[in-house]
Design a protein around this ligand. Structure first.
Ligand SMILES: Nc1nc2c(ncn2[C@@H]2O[C@H](COP(=O)(O)OP(=O)(O)O)[C@@H](O)[C@H]2O)c(=O)[nH]1
Ligand SMILES: [Mg+2]
Length: 264
């Protein structure tokens, strides 16, 4: 059973960890085969508009998720990728420069229970570009709705990577600074660069599945929503129905100093 697999200790980065020589290649191939899952369950997370739905489409290989700014609900789709059933749950995303209304947060959290017994991976979609302190704290606030353990099951997926042109992703991460590094450290530097301009049959989707399978092997299983429920506090401010009554939809954060015209 996957939940009983011993955790592995190696740290993953983008690209395959192939060493020189035939022996190394055989070892990597054997590890991939051992990690293979017949079903892969994914939840796509992120703020609004970084490319969550398009990433879902790239994985599914069809235009299944609508690209719309005002998505309010989770959407689940399924397909087969190289001998695996792959389930993708697309989520509405959070507001990046305003408080996310409680109803959206609830819907976001519902994303974790739509693929029972629980998702193998949360794909945290981040567009390549400026990543600010506010972005980091919004990521922290919303990812932590799933409990601290969610980080053990999270992979950062970079979109819009074509804007990097000749700069490598490693160099981009290094230059972007401590806020992005914080997020990457939280998920043990697991990241994947997806090319959303490529549609249909392409090795990148299989590579992403292998990355998920490796993480599942390293972390000893999938994310179990019921365990996270137990670890949660009885009720925090965000889930308090009284707050829901007070909130009249989305509104700017007090003293945030943010330019809402740039709301993502
Ligand atoms: N060039 C480019 N466009 C992208 C990429 N990812 C998303 N987009 C575009 O960005 C917009 C928002 O994407 P969408 O998937 O709807 O964002 P979501 O709100 O996170 O689901 C759409 O117009 C997409 O076509 C990418 O990697 N490269
Ligand atoms: Mg969307």
């Amino acid at each position: 059973m996957e939940a009983n697999r011993p955790p592995q200790t190696s740290v993953t980065t983008d690209g395959d960890a192939t060493g020189p020589g035939e022996e190394a290649r055989k070892t990597v191939a054997a590890a991939k085969a051992a990690n293979h899952l017949s079903e892969v369950r994914l939840v796509v997370l992120g703020w609004r508009w970084p490319g969550k739905s398009l990433t879902g489409n790239t994985i599914i290989g069809r235009e299944e998720f609508h690209l719309e700014r005002a998505a309010e609900f989770c959407v689940k789709r399924q397909t087969e990728v190289q001998g695996r059933q792959v389930i993708v749950v697309d989520t509405p995303g959070w507001f990046s420069a305003q408080d996310t209304p409680p109803s959206y947060k609830k819907e976001l959290m519902r994303g974790a229970i739509l693929s029972p017994p629980g998702p193998h991976a949360f794909l945290l979609v981040i567009p390549v570009g400026m990543f600010t302190e506010v972005d980091r704290s919004r990521v922290e606030e919303h990812v932590s709705l799933f409990g601290e353990r969610v980080w053990k099951h999270t992979i950062v997926v970079f979109t819009w990577a074509e804007v990097l042109r000749n700069i490598s992703i490693e160099r981009y991460i290094c230059r972007e600074g401590k806020e992005l590094k914080w997020v990457l450290e939280k998920c043990k530097r697991r990241y994947f660069v997806i090319n959303n301009c490529i549609f249909g049959e392409h090795p990148q989707v299989n590579r992403l599945m292998e990355r998920v399978e490796k993480m599942v092997a390293e972390e000893g299983g999938y994310y179990k929503p019921e365990e996270v429920e137990k670890e949660k506090k009885p009720m925090d401010e965000n889930q308090n129905p009284a707050r829901e009554v007070r909130e009249l939809g989305a509104r700017p954060k007090q003293n945030s100093g943010l330019d809402l015209s740039k709301a993502k």
